[in-house]
Design a protein around this ligand. Structure first.
Ligand code: UT7
Length: 335
């Protein structure tokens, strides 16, 4: 058995910065509320005709591949995590295979929302451990802004989410004391509708019903979130899954050099930091600048932390995520 390691990281965010004050001009919100409840100061929104979930993912991937010091021909598999694909089908995995000019390698789409990147990392890790693949490209990318309800009605959700992409190359590591030590994945579908976008779906409400109704007040195409309920579950599950990962490796909280939590809400990250008694240097947050970018948030934050020299060889890095599904997970990495 081999281990897998992160050999390259990259991220891309659209240039268009949208501040809280910008949002307060189009809906009944304000900078003080947003910062107090979420810590967010600004986020990026795509400009029509410029970026898509796939194109941002490709840009992040190009940086990650270059930093991994491999050629595109060396990529054996692609895993793309998103809740905001360019098309309903096919998913963005094959679009990346095309747009990056990769060999006809397999391309898998992951539908696990905020936990998408951790799920993708876990899948890639298993393929590398068994020796099936040597280099796997993982992408988390989201365009939220084009699908949000930017009216007073949607303010509880739309101020939180932002657009962006992050990517990692996972490569074979011969030294089994290094790389991904373990990953831990969970779900609780009982709460599926507490954070969801119901349409377009092929479930109880058919596309033909939606078209026949032609209802301008149909909210099923906008994301719904029971914010307080999600918040309460998030803090519990984040803590559980971090502990689970540490225990599986006989590690203590004091062994953590860097925790990169999914950037859901700065208050959630701060709650976890306080609970585990970690210092500011041991937790990386950038939600202030990008909002919640769902599957992209961990790879963007991880890349930034690495670029700033906050992650060094030998460090214990913990990734943790929670979100729609509910799904949650962690990854314990010896850098
Ligand atoms: O990444 C996926 C996982 N997602 C999360 O982890 C999100 C978890 N939840 C949260 O982060 C928080 O619940 C929110 C930030 C979404 C909301 O904060 P909250 O403290 O739970 O606020 P609330 O929804 O209970 O709303 C409080 C008040 C309400 O007004 P009233 O009823 O007290 O008069 C809302 O209408 O704030 C109002 N409100 C706003 N006011 C100004 C809601 N959204 C806004 C807004 N601006 N954007």
């Amino acid at each position: 058995m081999y281990h897998s390691k992160i050999s390259g990281l990259g991220y891309y965010v659209p240039e268009n910065v949208v501040t809280n004050d910008d949002l307060s001009k189009i809906m009944d919100t304000n900078d003080a509320w947003i910062q107090e409840r979420t810590g967010i100061k600004e986020r990026r929104h795509v400009v029509r005709g410029e970026d898509t979930t796939t194109s941002m993912g490709v840009k992040a991937a190009e940086i990650a591949i270059q930093r991994a010091n491999i050629a595109k021909e060396d990529i054996d598999f692609v895993i793309f995590a998103t809740l905001s694909p360019d098309y309903y089908f096919p998913g963005p995995g094959v679009l990346v295979q095309r747009d990056l000019g990769l060999r006809t390698v397999g391309a898998l789409d992951v539908r696990n929302q905020c936990s998408g990147f951790v799920y993708a990392l876990s899948i890639a890790d298993q393929y590398i451990k068994t020796g099936m693949y040597k280099n796997i490209l993982i992408i988390g990318s989201e365009v939220h802004s084009t699908g949000l309800d930017m009216t007073d009605r949607g303010r509880g959700v739309s101020v939180i989410f932002g657009d962006g992409a992050g990517a990692a190359v996972l490569s074979r590591e011969e030294d089994v004391t290094k790389g991904i030590l373990s990953t831990h994945l969970h779900s609780e579908g009982q709460h599926a509708e507490e954070l969801a976008l119901i349409a377009p779906g092929m479930g109880k409400r058919w596309i033909t019903d939606v078209i026949a109704d032609n209802d301008p007040n149909d909210e099923s195409y906008y994301p719904y979130m029971n914010g307080q309920f999600v918040f309460k579950n998030a803090v519990v599950r984040f803590s559980e899954v971090i502990n689970e990962g540490l225990q599986a490796n006989n590690l203590q909280v004091s062994d953590i050099n860097m925790l990169v939590p999914h950037q859901a809400n700065l208050r959630i990250s701060q709650f976890i930091q306080q609970k585990f008694q970690l210092s500011d240097d041991q937790v990386y947050n950038n939600i202030m600048n990008y909002g919640n970018t769902t599957a992209a948030s961990i790879p963007i934050a991880l890349t930034e932390a690495w670029e700033k020299g906050k992650i060094k060889s030998g460090d214990l890095v913990v990734l943790a995520a929670f979100g729609s599904g509910f799904t949650w997970g962690s990854a314990i990495i010896r850098w």
